[in-house]
Each structure stands twice: as C-alpha cells, then as structure tokens.
Design a binder for this molecule. Sequence first.
Ligand SMILES: Cc1cc2nc3c(=O)[nH]c(=O)nc-3n(C[C@H](O)[C@H](O)[C@H](O)COP(=O)(O)OP(=O)(O)OC[C@H]3O[C@@H](n4cnc5c(N)ncnc54)[C@H](O)[C@@H]3O)c2cc1C
Length: 345
Amino acid sequence: MTSTASTLPLQYDFSLRQHNTFGIDAVAHAYLPVTSVQTLHAFRRASDLSGLPRLVLGGGSNLVLTQDFAGLVLHMCNRGLEIVGDDADATYVRAAAGESWHGLVQWTLAQGLGGLENLSLIPGSVGAAPIQNIGAYGIELQDRFHALTAIDIDTGEILTLDRAACAFGYRDSVFKHDLRDRAVVLDVTLALPKRWQPNLRYADVAQELDARGLQAPTARDVSDAVIAIRTRKLPDPALIGNAGSFFKNPIVPAAQRDALLAQHPQLVSYLQPDQNFKLAAGWLIDQCGWKGKTLGAAGIYEKQALVLVNRGDATGQDIVRLAQAVQADVMARFGVALEPEPIFI
Ligand SMILES: Cc1cc2nc3c(=O)[nH]c(=O)nc-3n(C[C@H](O)[C@H](O)[C@H](O)COP(=O)(O)OP(=O)(O)OC[C@H]3O[C@@H](n4cnc5c(N)ncnc54)[C@H](O)[C@@H]3O)c2cc1C
C-alpha cells in the first residue's frame, strides 16, 4: 500500500548545523527523525519521497557536508539499551542505533560489564559504529561485535548480520561497499567478555594509569584514563568544530616503508600482521609543516596534525580545499596517498 509523506513528522529546509560536529551550516531539503523501524516502513510507503536522495544520520561526527543536501535526512533517534543474554564466555548487550556510543560505554560500565572502556568518549551513535568499525587505544568494534539488525531500505527486508557478514577492516565494513546506501542499522549486539582483562597495549593508557598509581585497574579506571587522554589531545566539537582524525593511517608495502625510513629516520611506522606497514598520518602531515596552520576558515589543530578544524564559519568547501592541500603536500614529500576517514556529502 502506498501513502504520502503528510503522515510523517517531516521538516523541510532543515539546518544541519547542530547535527554535524564540524558545525558546517548546510541545509537539508527534508528531515525525518526515525524513532522506530515503523518510521522507516512508513517512509518506504510514502511514494512522494521515493525518488529523493537519502542520508542516514547519526551524530554527524564523521561527515563533511560539502553543500546543501537536496534530499531526505533519516536521523536515527531510536532508543534502547538491554542485556539480552549470556553464556560461559560473554554477556550480550543490545543497543539501539540512535543511542550515543559513549552513553552505551558508560551504561555497560555501570552494569559492571567491561570490554568497551578503551572506546570511551568516541562521539556519535551506536548505529554508525559498525560503518567504519570504530577503533581507539588498541580495540576495534569488531573485537566486541556479535551481530546487528538492519533494514534494507530498498526492499524493506530485515537483515541480521554477524561479524563475518559485516566484513570489518581498518575503518571499513560491508556498509561502505556492497550495502552502501542500502542498509540502515537498527541495533547492534555486543559480546562483552566474562574473563575481562585490561587492554593496556597503548603506552599512553598504561602511562596514565601508572601516573594515577593504579597497578590493577578496573574497566572504569581504564575508561577514566582514556577519557582524560582524549580530553587532553582532541578538540571538543562543542567548542571547536572537527571530525576527529581526518585521514586514515596509510598502509604501505615493506619496501616502500624501508625506502622512506632510509630518507626519514624519524618515520613513525607499525608492522601489520600481513607484513605491510602502517604509517602515522599525523607525523607525515606534521613534517609538511601543517600543524596549527590555517587555510580559509579551516585549519589544522595545534596539538594534533591529524585533526582538521573549523576555525569559525568554515564551509564544507573550505574543509575540502584544506584536505586536498594537505594530501598534495604529503604526496609530494613522501609519495604517500592520504585517504580521508569522514564521509563527504
Ligand atoms: C572528536 C572526535 C573524535 C573521534 N575519535 C574517533 C576514534 O577514536 N575512533 C573512530 O573510529 N572514530 C572517531 N571519530 C569519528 C566518529 O566519531 C565515528 O566515526 C562515529 O562512529 C560516527 O558516528 P556518527 O553517529 O556521528 O555518524 P555520522 O557522522 O552521523 O555518520 C557517519 C556515516 O555512517 C552512516 N550511518 C550513521 N548511522 C547509520 C545507521 N544507523 N545505519 C547505516 N548507516 C549509518 C552515515 O550515513 C555516514 O555515512 C571521532 C570524531 C570526533 C569528532
């Protein structure tokens, strides 16, 4: 059965400024808060909306809005956090896509469940976490992922995807490839380990805990340490518009890394399981002299060269120009291509 958009709580000419952490002032033709899967079924039946381009929006913390959006924004606002079961190895927690990621981490800690603490304070929604397989301080979403539910917005089919089906990679998943623009994540189920051990692989975290005199830290202690480190290092989007790390750390073959190391003995690189090397993008950008620089109304954060910031009224085009200038300099100096992490709209 078809119906019209008039039955839906749509808003037109909707400003997205408050809905992207860069604080870019772009306008969406139409905006629909999605509080349940029923809203999405109703949207699919509304024949007058079917031809519009769509953007699924969470917290807008991984987006560059390069212009106004001449389509419909589906803003995931569904809520719900629950423990759905356990077995000998794990406790299973399900969270709705519209929940805040950091809110989920804090809620699990309040339930006495460890496992997500290294991912504290990552902005954005639960539903977006699988899209780029969020990661920080030695843990990625895939390490705690059990399954998710999504709707295929083209067919209305409800999909259940396990870890293998999500094809997680470094800041990558099936949602950036085969299921791009089709799957809307409705909820995510995580498996939190019964035999919890702190993950202190990152020296920063170990040092912070040491400085606090915590030899046998709890999951809450690790979360507090991660929050303190992130607060020191990264700009708060409420104060300075940004999307976190703007470029992925490039992965290069061993021969290229060796050649670079011969020319630049300070090169920061990490051996990968497949024998390639991950280079620290922030170091490459810093070497090109970009840290703290400004171009138009966009700039590079003073404390971390990997973070592009809005210095005031930056447009999406200001961000794009700066990103391209940085990419060109890194390519000219090191012969390395930097790939942006955020999605350009
Ligand atoms: C200060 C700062 C620090 C950050 N630190 C990290 C970090 O340490 N590690 C890290 O991995 N990332 C980090 N990020 C990036 C960002 O927080 C994550 O990518 C986050 O998962 C994005 O969530 P979001 O809800 O804001 O997504 P949005 O920006 O709203 O959307 C991002 C993409 O996901 C899609 N999407 C969103 N929700 C859904 C859904 N329910 N179903 C289908 N598609 C959906 C959107 O269409 C878009 O393509 C940081 C960002 C900032 C601003």
